[in-house]
Design a protein around this ligand. Structure first.
Ligand SMILES: [Zn+2]
Length: 446
């Protein structure tokens, strides 16, 4: 793996200046605007965007990527999970590749830039560096990742983990929330080969990946608040999740005295309150975490104005940047549940547990990206990602990863998600400077 210190001094002569790279990136603006508008036009969710995972919407995103990459003369291939790869071939097939990319699916009624920005930034980077006449020593590949949005199958990082050979056992049997069909069936429909994944076939060897770089819109308006166009990611949270948890008590008459009640809704409220107190304490101690009850409801078959709820359903997502913090939070959650069960005479059935590992970013790449933005006069700030990203799956597999966030006023996973193309071009320019500095040269001097 090459490092800046191992670079012979003559390489600096062939790498264009950051300003020249930024200008070459800026020249791709027409392509950027065209790709974003093509994507939006073909995946309308009324309102917002609908690029359903392993469905017509996501397939459309991949088709747009394939068309753009083919037109640019890149080598296009897909893998057993139907991820798409567009490669600018390097002179040395054995040199570890640089990967850039993100996902091409969306949540229902999501935004157009979430995920797609990372794929388009990769295509822009390659187009700009090729126009500058560079010849890479290693392959430079854009990856259109499948199935990042876990809302559809309630499994994290399906595409990236399939490619890396780290998809958990049983994941292929997960069913899509709306169709009820299995991940394996959906994958097959989209040209994938789930049987190959079951046999342990993987598309990517982590040791053969020099780095994975992901440009992504920010999820909360932190950059908007701070007035910065881009951020350099400092870490990606890990999580534990209970997608289908249930509290069982007893349905009773509305007038039942408190001591007789086994009120499942009040128990749900008590857990939410306990978790919020835990969060407040972590925040006061300066530890960044997030706790979300995404679903939180009584049983629609039975509930009503005059019935004490005997059943309550919720989902829970807890995320943090440190595995020890996550483990501590889960222990505190179980403690709270034990207390609430005793106090309220109910039973918690947490159901299936899912989790994703914390994704550390590569310190060297992070510093180099910060330097690149400084040299270009682009104002950037460090930012811990509030969200999960495919980069975390790469990091967990041992690949050096880095992320760049683009300012977004309205949050993501909603139709109002917003991104200025100027800000996006800044992120692409910073990434392109790093890539130019790390592709080596075709004569094999690196
Ligand atoms: Zn995303």
């Amino acid at each position: 793996m090459s490092t800046p210190s191992s670079r012979p001094h003559n390489v600096a002569d062939v790498i264009p200046t950051p300003e020249a790279i930024r200008a070459a990136v800026a020249a791709q603006r027409g392509m950027v605007e065209r790709l974003f508008s093509t994507l939006a036009a073909g995946s309308q969710g009324h309102p917002g965007i609908m690029r359903d995972t392993y469905g017509p919407g996501e397939n459309f995103g991949h088709a747009v990527m394939v068309e753009a990459a083919t037109a640019a003369g890149l080598a296009v291939r897909t893998d057993a999970a139907a991820n798409t790869y567009a490669t600018w071939r390097g002179a040395d097939a054995a040199a570890p590749a640089i990967l850039m990319g993100s996902h091409l699916d969306s949540v229902p009624h999501g935004g157009n830039f979430d995920g797609a920005a990372g794929v388009i930034a990769g295509l822009v980077t390659i187009a700009a560096l090729r126009e500058l006449g560079l010849q890479p020593r290693c392959d430079v590949t854009v990856m259109g990742v499948r199935a990042e949005e876990s809302v559809w199958f309630q499994v994290s990082y399906i595409g990236s983990r399939s490619a890396l050979g780290t998809l958990p056992e049983g994941a292929l049997e997960a069913t899509r929330i709306d169709t009820g069909r299995s991940l394996a069936d959906h994958m097959r429909d989209c040209g994938g080969d789930p049987e190959a994944l079951r046999r342990g076939v993987r598309a990517l060897d982590p040791r053969q990946v020099r780095a994975f770089l992901e440009v992504h819109i920010e999820q909360a308006p932190s950059l908007f608040e701070a007035g910065f166009p881009i951020a350099i990611c400092t870490g990606i949270p890990g999580n534990f999740r209970y997608p289908d948890a249930r509290i069982v008590g007893r349905h009773d008459h509305v007038g039942t005295p408190r001591r007789f009640r086994r009120d499942a809704a009040m128990a749900g409220m008590a857990l939410a309150h306990a978790m919020d107190e835990i969060w407040a304490a972590q925040e006061a101690a300066g530890t960044q975490i997030a706790i979300t009850f995404g679903r939180f409801h009584t049983d629609a078959e039975m509930h009503g104005l005059t019935t004490v709820p005997g059943e309550f359903h919720f989902s829970l997502d807890v995320r943090a940047y440190d595995e020890a913090v996550l483990a501590g939070l889960e222990a505190q959650m179980h403690e709270a549940i034990g207390r609430i069960e005793a106090q309220r005479n109910v039973t918690f059935e947490l159901g299936q547990r899912a989790s994703a590992a914390v994704g550390p970013v590569d310190a060297g790449i992070k510093t180099a990206l910060t330097d690149a933005s400084d040299r270009l006069g682009i104002r950037s700030m460090p930012l811990g990602s509030p969200a999960s990203h495919d980069s975390a799956a790469f990091a967990a597999a041992g690949v050096p990863v880095a992320m760049l966030f683009v300012r977004n006023e309205h949050g993501s996973h909603n139709p109002k998600e917003a991104m200025e193309i100027d800000d996006f071009m800044d992120a692409a320019a910073v990434m392109a400077v790093w890539v130019a500095d790390n592709i080596g040269v075709a004569d094999g001097t690196r």
